[in-house]
Every structure is written in structure tokens, then in C-alpha cells.
Design a protein around this ligand. Structure first.
Ligand code: 13P
Length: 246
């Protein structure tokens, strides 16, 4: 899978233009292609990409089902736009909006209950990597928010390993660092759900993945694709990354 995360970029009109450009250029991808857009773009973009191989993701959903939560957008609302996926646990939401393991566990359950497939993000910050704690950090993130799921629920989970020090910094993890962590994550899934399910789980890499470095990252056996921020905002770059997954 190659998934884009537009983050808080693009007005509705700019988003429509980008989705239209992608619709024209993404014809026969050899992998799943997902674009993650702000909430307000979802319904319109869903119409634009209807009948194409491109799938749609929200970048978040509420941790409550419905009710008096001014400004929030529920998983049911996201699903009603036609989106199939929901990015959850992104480090920006953990850091700036104080999303805890417990909040994320609720969000994942609500997404699944409403037929949305979570793209669940995990990853350590720079200080944790420097202290050699990256493995324990991602293990705690998985145990805290998604290892409560049944094997059946797990089938709808995509993971994204996004080392926080690599996001938007131009400091990509080396292919070796990515492979090492992805293999570790897969070993944790195998311990919890068994080898077969671990092998079937899609684990994306995210963090300064771009048109130039995507191919060497994706060449690793445990790197199943990418979650792309900045480079997903330009159709030609995003298409090159999709081809690199090929
Ligand atoms: P960049 O590709 O801009 O580093 O962002 C990665 C990311 O956070 C995707 O979710």
C-alpha cells in the first residue's frame, strides 16, 4: 500500500484539483493506493475518485460515538462520506492533541465498528531512539491501543511505522533501520496473533519518504509500502512513489 496523508494542507478547491490529477494519473497501480484528506474534503473527494483504484482515508475520528462533542467528527460520519480508512495514532495527534493509548484504543474500536479500516501509526521520538528505547516504545504503543483486538478485527488493521524524528525533517530512516524495526513489529504481531496473521499484516514506513528514496525503502522484505506526508501533496511525486512500490 501507498497512502498519502495530506495533514492540514489544501483548501477544498486545491484538494479537488489534486484528487482530480491523481484520478487521471493513477490507472493500474500494483498496490493499494489511499489518500488521507482533511474531513471537509472527504465527501467531495469520494465522488471524484469513485470507480478508480484510489481509496479514501480520514486523518482522525472522534473517540466518542455521537453526541454533544462540539467540533468533533465521528467514525460513523467519516464512513458516511464513502471513506474506507482512518489514519489513527499519528504522532502529531499524540503530541499536539494529547491522544493517549486509551483514547486511541477507543478510536480504533469505533472506526472498526463503523466499517473503517484503521491505518494505525506508531514510532519513537528522537530522544527515545538515541536512548535505544525504540523497540519498547512501539511495543507499548501496540499493547496500549491495538493488541486488545481479536484476530478478526486485526485483519482490518494496517500499521505505519513513523519514527517521529523522520517526519517532515528530511531525515529518513535508513533502509536498514526501517527493515530492523518492521521485522521487530512483525515479530510482535506473530507472538500475539501467530505467523500467518503477522505475514498478512501490512506495515508501512512513514517519515520523509519521497520520490527519490521510496524504492530503496520498499525493497526491504518487511516494508510493505509507505505513509507519505509532504510528497503526497504533489501528484507526480506521489505517482512515482506508487510506481516504486510496484
Ligand atoms: P512526511 O512524509 O512529510 O515526513 O510525513 C510523514 C507522515 O507523517 C505521514 O503520516
Amino acid at each position: 500500500m501507498v497512502a498519502g496523508n495530506w495533514k492540514m494542507n489544501k483548501t477544498l478547491q486545491e484538494g479537488v484539483a489534486l484528487a482530480t490529477e491523481l484520478k487521471q494519473s493513477v490507472k493500474n497501480p500494483k498496490c493499494a493506493v489511499v489518500i488521507g484528506t482533511p474531513f471537509i474534503h472527504l465527501a467531495t473527494v469520494a465522488e471524484i475518485i469513485k470507480g478508480t483504484p484510489i481509496c479514501l482515508a480520514a486523518e482522525n475520528c472522534a473517540d466518542k460515538a455521537s453526541g454533544a462533542y462540539t467540533g468533533e467528527v465521528s467514525a460513523a460520519m467519516v464512513a458516511s462520506t464513502g471513506a474506507q480508512y482512518c489514519i489513527l495514532g499519528h504522532s502529531e495527534r499524540r503530541a499536539y492533541y494529547h491522544e493517549t493509548y486509551d483514547i486511541l484504543r477507543e478510536k480504533v474500536l469505533l472506526a472498526l465498528e463503523n466499517g473503517l479500516k484503521p491505518i494505525f501509526c506508531i514510532g519513537e521520538v528522537k530522544e527515545e531512539r538515541e536512548a535505544g528505547k525504540q523497540n519498547e516504545v512501539v511495543k507499548a504503543q501496540l499493547e496500549g491501543s491495538v493488541f486488545n483486538l481479536s484476530a478478526e478485527q486485526w485483519a482490518d488493521i494496517t500499521l505505519a511505522y513513523e519514527p517521529v524524528w523522520a517526519i517532515g525533517t528530511g531525515l529518513t530512516a535508513t533502509p536498514e533501520q526501517a527493515q530492523e524495526m518492521h521485522a521487530y513489529i512483525r515479530s510482535l504481531i506473530a507472538e500475539k496473533y501467530g505467523e500467518q496473521i503477522a505475514n498478512d499484516t501490512t506495515i508501512l514506513y512513514g517519515g520523509s519518504c519521497n520520490a527519490k528514496n521510496a524504492a530503496e525503502l520498499f525493497a526491504n522484505p518487511d516494508v510493505d509500502g509507505g505513509l507519505i506526508g509532504g510528497a503526497s501533496l504533489k501528484a507526480p511525486d506521489f505517482c512515482t512513489i506508487i510506481e516504486a512500490r510496484g
